[in-house]
Write a protein that binds this ligand. Structure first.
Ligand SMILES: Cc1cc2nc3c(=O)[nH]c(=O)nc-3n(C[C@H](O)[C@H](O)[C@H](O)COP(=O)(O)OP(=O)(O)OC[C@H]3O[C@@H](n4cnc5c(N)ncnc54)[C@H](O)[C@@H]3O)c2cc1C
Length: 774
């Protein structure tokens, strides 16, 4: 950035003419309004395609509700690891951001996350970042096209006119699409429109989610007093009327930081134009609750607690939703329907809240999960009315019920990447946003998204260009999983536990486990799979056995007779028995997990989802992993061994486990693993992309939750690539990212490449999801 230095003192005399603020008119390929996570990901995606982008954000930081100004933790399909969506973290740019944030900020400090986002945006030379710049008006060139937006920055006293070829509304409330005249909705659809049985009762439940304002607390070493402001709710009112303060699932006076997402209000009001009034009310609630904690006399343990921060404006959940050629609705989510133009996915529960918010006596949220993740079509990211304007974030074309799931930040972010990539394709090819709905064009977009590390579930597309497909691939070793070593702890079977094992069609293996029984008992073992091949909900029981166990330590062999119908994950389930301990393993292996039939209150997982009435939601059990450092595998011998980890996985376009692990894994003792790629003739190589395992099962909440690892333990930390003369053509050390891209300064010609890989974790074999060479 070049700045003009002022050399002389300015001493202007009175002017008869009224002065005006500085004005700037600027031209861009793509103008993005709103720098929440959806706008940020749209901007980075477009910039990396060579598109010049103006990212216009009215706040001093990026991230919207995920910034330190609101402090929400970014999440999506992983759902805090509390439902059955295994390996479901969003890929692409949001993955890169969250992996980077976890590396730099595993404690989840919101201020550091701000810095990570700003750093990412500033690193892109094609992004011009306009912080503190608020868009307030729109100009159109014709009925269906926006030509520019007006914005103002009070910090630098500058009025901007941003001209663009294409636009993206990622502003949350939808200021751009609204001013440009696009059709939109606020409130809930009737059940009949999309056959949504979960559509709320508009009177008793309400039609909109409200705003929330957080406060942060911390413990000090001395007593701290608090005098409540006049506008705070009284502590008596808080005690009598806010029933959540009596529920430990919601309320913990000693909580450090803040997780009171249920301080919600405004769902019955105009969540755009009444926002200031809603804010005052929420301040009253927040300070009232703090007064209740500090001064009601009920929580002497909070004597040394103090307020560190209180939100200065609320986080907004719901306002306008724009109408596109397709409106995603409840059945798309619950039935996991397929769409020819699927471009990304969601997986958060359908999560509606009573519009009375904190003053409601109903549960603060009503969350219902689907059995797995669901596709989101491209048609949800455009409007019916505007040819050069995309929509991203919480305002996409979704019914109120579906919005309950699609609104969360990682899902919004993945949609942002779709929009940035789509806009770049439109700019390059002079297409309208609706042109991309054509089947052959949508395939181009889908391929670009996948090449950039995104995942689109159940997508059938032709292979992506990859020189690896023409090569013979060999490796120093391939894991044949015959044993998950018996070197871990003994753990009581206090909750039902299962080992997930990838299996092929045919008879299932026999397993031997180690059991320690406190007394003579029986162990109930079940072999389960998922009713949908690509899901990880163990809702189909293939076989059940009750095996007698004598007192003491022993090996137990389970001989299964069931036939597995297709490639999938089998769940070897050991049902709860508190008289038994199982032996676990310290070895962790890509694509292998243990799961437990446990509760995760944060996402309304009570072990089993049982709708009390017919609301179009399925009943099923939750089997979820434990977070590291827990979550060890159940040690076992497996015969015949599992052979799902071959080098053929390296060419797959799916770089995460789904119905099979899709990963090459070296043998456990092979600590200097290599991959050899041989072509029958010389090939010219310009770019190599490698997809490592950064544990897509780990949710990586951006702030407040904290993580055990800063670097995901499965991830390769060093990769070197050699040509046929054994010269190093690329190398990365200390890697922590999922996707490594080597852009070679000049193309190299070779008949052979050797990849030397390493991972510093002793009990984790080397693994790699994929390699793309072009
Ligand atoms: C209390 C609460 C709890 C939630 N819980 C979760 C959760 O646990 N996990 C999760 O992932 N999601 C959660 N959500 C949902 C999530 O935060 C939002 O749906 C998400 O932030 C939407 O992303 P977005 O990019 O569309 O919008 P935002 O994050 O709102 O970003 C939009 C940005 O555009 C800016 N903007 C608005 N108008 C203009 C303008 N005129 N000019 C320039 N810029 C403008 C805004 O300042 C904002 O920074 C929660 C939301 C709330 C309020």
């Amino acid at each position: 950035m070049k700045l003009k230095k002022l050399k002389n003192m300015i001493n202007e005399i009175y002017s008869n003419e009224q002065r005006s603020v500085q004005r700037k008119e600027l031209d861009f390929d793509l103008v993005i309004v709103g720098g929440g996570i959806s706008g940020v990901c749209a901007a980075i995606a477009a910039a990396r395609k060579g598109t010049s982008v103006a990212l216009v954000q009215d706040r001093p930081v990026l991230g919207g509700n995920g910034s330190s100004e609101v402090r929400l933790w970014m999440l999506g399909a992983t759902s805090h690891m509390g439902n059955n969506n295994r390996w479901a973290r969003e890929g692409g740019i949001i993955d890169e951001i969250l992996v980077e944030n976890t590396f730099r900020n595993k404690e989840g400090n919101p201020v550091i996350f701000d810095m990570v986002l700003i750093d990412k945006a500033l690193a892109e030379k094609n992004i011009s970042l306009y912080l503190n710049t608020m868009v307030y008006d729109v100009k159109k060139s014709d009925n269906r096209n926006v030509s520019s937006v007006h914005a103002y920055n009070s910090q630098n006293e500058t009025e901007y006119l941003f001209n663009g070829k294409y636009f993206c509304d990622a502003s949350g409330d939808g200021i751009l699409a609204y001013l440009a005249g696009a059709a939109y909705r606020i409130g809930a659809e009737d059940t009949d429109e999309f056959d949504e049985k979960f559509a709320p009762d508009k009177e008793s439940y309400g039609e909109k989610l409200g705003h929330t304002l957080f406060f942060y607390t911390k413990k000090t070493s001395n007593p701290v007093t608090f005098v409540a402001p006049e506008f705070a709710l009284t502590k008596e009112f808080v005690e009598d009327e806010i029933y959540r303060v009596k529920n430990p699932n919601y309320f913990n006076p000693m909580a450090i930081g803040c997780k009171y997402w249920w301080i919600e209000y405004g769902g019955r009001l105009d969540t755009i134009h009444d926002t200031e009034e809603i804010k005052y009310k929420l301040w009253g609630v927040a300070y009232g609750i703090w007064d209740y904690i500090k001064n009601s006399g009920k929580f002497p343990e909070a004597e040394t607690m103090t307020l560190e921060w209180v939100g200065l404006f609320p986080g907004k959940r719901e306002s306008r939703r724009f109408v596109g050629p397709y409106m995603i609705s409840q059945k798309d989510i619950i039935e996991q329907r397929n769409h020819y133009d699927a471009v990304t996915f969601g997986g958060w529960s359908i999560d509606l809240h009573p519009s009375d918010g904190v003053f409601s006596s109903k549960n603060a949220c009503n969350q219902w999960h689907s059995k797995g993740i669901f596709q989101i079509p491209y048609r949800c990211y455009i409007t019916n009315d505007l040819d050069n304007t995309f929509i991203a974030g919480r305002l996409i074309s979704a019914s109120h019920v579906a919005f309950g799931s699609t609104r969360v930040m990682a899902t919004s972010a993945a949609g942002g990447e779709v929009v940035g990539t789509a806009a770049s394709l439109c700019i390059k090819n002079n297409w309208k946003s609706t042109d991309l709905m054509e089947p052959e064009k949508i395939t181009i977009l889908q391929k670009e998204l996948i090449a950039a590390g995104n995942y689109i579930p159940q997508l059938q597309i032709p292979e992506i260009d990859n020189l690896l497909l023409k090569a013979k691939i060999t490796t120093t070793s391939v894991l044949k999983l015959s044993e998950i070593p018996f070197d871990g702890e003994w753990k009581v079977l206090a909750q039902s536990a299962a080992q997930m094992i990838p299996v092929g069609k045919g008879k299932f293996s026999n397993v031997i486990i180690k059991v320690n029984a406190y007394e003579k008992t029986e162990i109930n073992v079940q072999l389960r799979i998922s009713s949908k091949q690509f899901n990880h909900t163990p809702d189909t029981i293939l076989e059940t056995q009750n095996i007698e166990i004598k007192q003491g330590k022993q090996e137990v062999e389970v001989q299964f007779t069931a036939q597995i119908p297709h490639d999938c994950y089998a769940f070897v389930c050991f049902m709860k028995n508190e008289n038994i301990e199982l032996k676990f393993s310290t070895y962790r292996i890509s694509g292998i997990l243990s799961v437990f039939n446990k509760v995760v209150p944060a996402v309304s997982n009570w072990g089993k989802q049982i709708p009390t009435e017919d609301i179009g939601i399925e009943e099923f059990e939750f089997w979820c992993p434990e977070r590291r450092p827990d979550g060890q595998n159940i040690a076992m011998k497996i015969s015949p061994s599992i052979t799902a980890f071959g080098e053929n996985n390296l060419t797959s376009i799916i770089n995460r486990p789904v119905e099979k692990p899709n990963v090459w894994i070296a043998d456990l003792p092979d600590k200097s693993a290599k991959i050899f790629v041989d072509w029958s003739e010389i090939v010219s190589i310009k770019k190599i992309t490698i997809f490592t395992d950064t544990d897509f099962d780990h949710p990586m909440e951006s702030v407040q939750w904290g993580h055990f690892d800063s670097r995901m333990p499965f991830c390769l930390d060093e990769v070197s690539v050699y040509d046929d003369n054994n010269l190093t053509i690329a190398r990365i050390q200390n890697n922590h990212q999922s996707r490594i891209e080597f852009n070679l300064p000049t193309a190299i010609n070779t008949k052979k490449l050797t990849f030397e890989v390493s991972n510093s974790y002793e009990h984790i074999p080397m693994s790699l999801f994929g390699i793309n060479i072009s």
